[in-house]
Design a protein around this ligand. Structure first.
Ligand SMILES: *Cc1c(COP(=O)(O)O)cnc(C)c1O
Length: 348
């Protein structure tokens, strides 16, 4: 049996309901990166009460268009004039974030829905304030260009409320003469902590999948993905033995070990250190030694484990935020790296 990612529909609904408890703004459900690794086609039904779906690129937007009639916003993939044809033909909306795109737009007669992005000092994508002031009237004067909203993106909503307030303030000040145009800046971190940032549209991503944007898991969210592999061998290892590639881990007593059929080829992080928790039969066990391509070694202590038992790597009973910490990364990274060889199953 390959590794299985169970995708909980009730957890998705629960998390979207949590979003609605936090905010009454319109909801852009962010489903980029194949729905944060959850598989776009297994999440959109449960997220159907959202107002808009957002994808990273045109390819994902086309995948989504084939299975959904909802409004689709493309966040970051408009880098040639010909993209305008695909965007308009499929009735996508597109984030516009630099002056080159605007020059193309000013020369098209096609009707296009634009989300104009301002850089409020994340210094990645977005028009500078000067560029915004220079172009906004030219764009609004063109009848075929619909400015659906003016947006910006937060750089530290997970750990720095002051910076969120400063970015929000800059967005509000810059757009003060355009109060009729809707605005959006809040991602999950800001949705959960700062009501005044919600504006007209909120853009939840990670929280929809039941994962906290902060370092610690949030009890009000329910994990959507549970990643499950199988115990394919058990054995006893004598005190002093070294385990696995590089022999990086030495057992300090006679140890019961299970071998589980997941590795970095499935998306389990190779950076996970010895001691990383693995849930087997509801008992917290511990990773020993290096993660191999298709296998891991687990200290099962004195618990009863039989070949064929399930091992949960993250999800129900074991927050992915914890595994991220042991792997020196963030939950976003782990979820989006689940590999194509993993089998996805919908569950309630
Ligand atoms: C990914 C993304 C989001 C969602 O961020 P989360 O932290 O996952 O909630 C919102 N807006 C934009 C522009 C994004 O790229």
């Amino acid at each position: 049996m390959p590794v299985t990612a169970y995708i909980s529909q009730s957890a998705l609904r629960h998390n979207l309901a949590q979003v609605k408890i936090h905010s009454s703004s319109k909801i852009i459900a962010v489903v980029k990166a194949n729905a944060y690794g959850h598989n776009i086609k297994y999440v959109i039904d449960a997220l159907s009460v959202a107002d808009i779906f957002a994808t990273a690129d045109i390819t994902e937007a086309l995948t989504l268009r084939a299975i959904s009639n909802k409004k689709i916003l493309i966040l970051a993939d408009f880098y040639q004039k010909s993209d305008i044809d695909i965007i308009t033909k499929n009735n996508f909306a597109v984030v516009v974030y630099n002056s080159q795109q605007i020059k193309w737009l000013l020369h098209t007669t096609k009707e296009i829905n634009v989300w104009l992005k301002i850089d409020t000092n994340m210094h990645r994508l977005g028009l500078s304030i000067d560029e915004f002031n220079n172009y906004i009237d030219k764009l609004t004067q063109k009848n075929n260009i619909n400015i659906d909203a003016i947006i910006s993106h937060l750089h530290s909503s997970d750990n720095d409320e002051k910076s969120v307030l400063a970015q929000l303030d800059l967005l509000n000040k810059t757009t003060i003469n355009y109060s009729k145009i809707p605005k959006s800046i809040a991602n999950s971190g800001a949705i959960m902590t700062l009501k005044q940032s919600h504006l007209n549209y909120i853009r939840p991503g990670i929280m929809l999948y039941g994962v906290s944007p902060f370092a610690k898991a949030d009890n009000n969210l329910k994990p959507v993905m549970t990643l499950v592999a199988k115990v394919i061998a058990t054995r006893k290892i004598a005190k002093g033995a070294k385990i696995g590639y590089g022999q990086t881990y030495t057992v300090d007593k006679d140890t019961n070990m299970a071998i589980v059929n997941i590795g970095y080829a499935d998306g389990y992080p190779r950076s996970a250190i010895s001691g990383t928790p693995v849930l087997i039969n509801n008992n917290i066990c511990q990773l020993m030694g290096r993660v191999s391509m298709n296998l891991i070694c687990v200290d099962i202590k004195n618990t009863q484990v039989t070949i064929g038992d399930n091992a949960t790597l993250w999800g129900n009973g074991l927050a992915v935020e914890i595994i991220a910490k042991y792997s020196d990364t963030i939950a976003y990274d782990l979820l989006t790296r689940v590999s194509a060889k993993v089998v996805y199953k919908i569950c309630q």
